[in-house]
Every structure is written in C-alpha cells, then in structure tokens.
Design a protein around this ligand. Structure first.
Ligand code: WQD
Length: 334
C-alpha cells in the first residue's frame, strides 16, 4: 500500500516509516519540522536504503494537502502530526485545538475529496484521564484532564461521526501509552526540542551528561515505591502495531479503537535503575512535588490488539533502555 504519513519526520513517525518500508509498503511524508528535523528523514532513507517522497508544511494547509493528494495515489493515511506536551497544552489551548483538531478535520475533508477512506490516528492514553482502575480497557470512561487529551478525544469523536456518515470510511484509532526507546541502528530516536517533558529523554540526557540530574515528580503516590507507574512501550513495537493495524483493518468500514501498550506498569525509580544498568552511568535524582495533572498509575490492557490484530509488544524494559542509550550515546546532542 502507498501511505501518507503526516508528522513522518517525528519520533514515532520515523520509526513507523521504517516499519512500513520494511513490510514492503511505500510512504510519502509531510512534516513541518516543528518538532523534528530534515536529518531524521535522511536517516530513515539510510536505514531503508531508499528515497522517500517528502513535502514540508502544515497538515492544516488545505492547499498543500490538495497538492499532495493530487500528485499521489494513497491507499491510506497515518496521522501523527500534532502537538503533544500536556503542560504546554494548558498554557496554549487554542494552539493545541488548531494544530490537533482543526488540522485533522482539514485532513479528513481532503481525504474525502480524493476518495481516500482509511485513516490511522495517533491517539493517546491521556484520553482516559485518571483511570478508576488499571489495567485500562478501551471501553473505560473517557475523561481527559487537559487540552492535549481533549484534542485527541475530539478527533476520535470526529472520526466516529465520519464513520457513521460515510459508509466507506475506515477509521483506526490507536491509543498509545508511553513510547520509549529507539531503532536498533541507533540512527533515529527520541530527540525533543528544548527541555524534555517526558521521563525517558530526560533520563537519557542525564546519562549522556547533557543534564545534571533528574527531578522525580512525587514519591508519595499509592504505588509500590511511591513514584508514578506507566506503561512504557518500545517505539518499534508501536510502529509494528501501526503496520499490522493497517494491514488487518484498512478495508473494514467503521471506527476501531485499540490500546497499544505492553500491559506492564513500570515506576519512575524502576526506570532510573534500568537506565543506570544499561548505560553504566549513575542517574542522579532528587524528589520534588507531584506534577499537576499526573496520575499515580496508567497502564494498558492490550488484549484487544492481540485478539484483533494478532499484535503484542515483544520488547521488554532492558531492550527499551539499551536501545535508547545506543541512540543517545551516539547522538549526545540529538
Ligand atoms: C512519566 C512519569 C512523571 C518527567 C505523557 C502524555 C502522553 C504521552 C506520553 C504523548 C510520570 C514522571 C516525568 C520528569 C518525572 N505523550 N516524570 N520527571 O505524563 O505519563 O504521559 O507523555 O502522547 O500522552 O500525557 O509521560 O514521561 O511525562 O511521565 O518524574 O522529568 O515520569 O511524573 O510519573 P506521561 P511522562
């Protein structure tokens, strides 16, 4: 299949392009480089030993999308492009709703104009908010607690409505938990602009000497060691989940919602210890107050993805931290 990958130069986008090409599909990428760089695309081409058609620009630019769709025939779209920092979304809600919701609506309109009916959407476990229980099932209440999570839920609802209105539409909503790690080559990995919001890139930057110490937000949670517990999933497992979702579901009408997680919860302190083992570097840290908006525990019940796609995560914590360190130590400045 020929797939348009929006945000394809980003962390999950590059890894998914590699997985799609490895599975024998073709890709076209559009990205505005707001949280990525051209070098990342060159490295994907190096890994895959083939050139990738690329357009630079904003998915919200309707004229650009119409040009891309008129110059290519797509069997489907994987939509990664969007802003994803919870804290930033609280400070800039209008930017998040324009960038994540309005742009997605524009994409859906252009897809309909060009009769492209299959959309895989990059959603997030943040749509669950503070879950009443763990592990989390897809039919749990959806109660996002920040504009980022609400923007993801809004796009999910737009897709559900489009599937009701257009019987050709095929929507695949993938709710990620916490993507971490890097491709085995060490050529691509997580490279956030500025100070990392997320745990793993912050730890990796401490390990490589770019940051002095980690601040652990809260050690008084009702968890086994008092620190936050999350479902960290290797980015290559996540990428392969996208390929299998497309291959298994792209011709099935309607909207499908799947959790992509490992089903295992790992605490901050356990992640710190695993990273110190993998990098043979001390990871100095201090405890601080809880971060507003954080929940104590969030991890998936991923049995639906296994049952429907035949997919499950295969890479464990040691591989996640080893691959992350391989990338970070080889690219200390990203
Ligand atoms: C994980 C744990 C923190 C940084 C968010 C989004 C989610 C997805 C992944 C996009 C928590 C603790 C973190 C630090 C810390 N993003 N932590 N010190 O908040 O679970 O999920 O990122 O899709 O949608 O909500 O991930 O990595 O920020 O935090 O102690 O410097 O690490 O308190 O317990 P989170 P995270």
């Amino acid at each position: 299949m020929n797939i348009l990958v929006t945000g394809g130069a980003g962390y999950i986008g590059t890894h998914t392009c590699v997985a799609l090409l490895k599975a024998g599909h073709q890709v076209v990428v559009v990205d505005d480089f707001s949280n990525s760089c051209p070098e990342a695309m060159q490295r994907v081409e190096t890994i895959c030993q083939q050139s990738i058609p690329f357009y630079q620009g904003d998915v919200g630019d309707k004229a650009l999308l119409e040009k891309i769709f008129s110059e290519n025939h797509f069997d489907g779209v994987i939509h990664f492009a969007g802003a994803k920092a919870v804290g930033e979304s609280v400070a800039k809600p209008l930017y998040y709703y324009r960038n994540n919701v309005t742009a997605s609506q524009t994409l859906l309109e252009v897809m309909a104009t060009f009769d492209v009916s299959s959309l895989v959407f990059s959603s997030s476990a943040t749509v669950y908010g503070d879950p009443h229980a763990v592990p989390i099932l897809e039919d749990f209440p959806l109660a996002p607690t920040n504009p980022y999570g609400r923007s993801k839920l809004m796009v999910e609802q737009i897709m559900q409505d489009q599937a009701q209105a257009d019987k050709r539409f095929n929507g695949i909503i993938l709710r990620y938990f916490n993507p971490v790690g890097a491709h085995e080559s060490g050529l691509i990995g997580e490279d956030p602009n500025g100070i990392p919001n997320n745990l793993m890139p912050f730890i990796s930057q401490v390990a490589v000497g770019k940051r002095a110490q980690l601040t652990i937000f809260g050690n008084d949670y009702p968890t086994r060691d008092g620190t936050g517990v999350r479902d960290y999933i290797h980015v290559c497992d996540l990428a392969e989940g996208h390929v299998q979702a497309l291959e298994k579901l792209h011709d099935q009408q309607g909207c499908h919602v799947l959790n992509l997680g490992t089903g295992n919860g790992v605490s901050v302190l356990e992640m710190v210890a695993a990273y110190a083992d993998a990098s043979h570097q001390p990871i100095p840290y201090v405890f601080a107050e809880r971060r507003p908006g954080d929940v104590a525990q969030c991890y998936a019940d991923a049995s639906q993805a296994k049952q429907i796609l035949g997919w499950q995560a295969t890479r464990g914590l040691p591989e996640m931290v080893a691959d992350s360190w391989h990338w970070q130590s080889g690219n200390p400045n990203g």
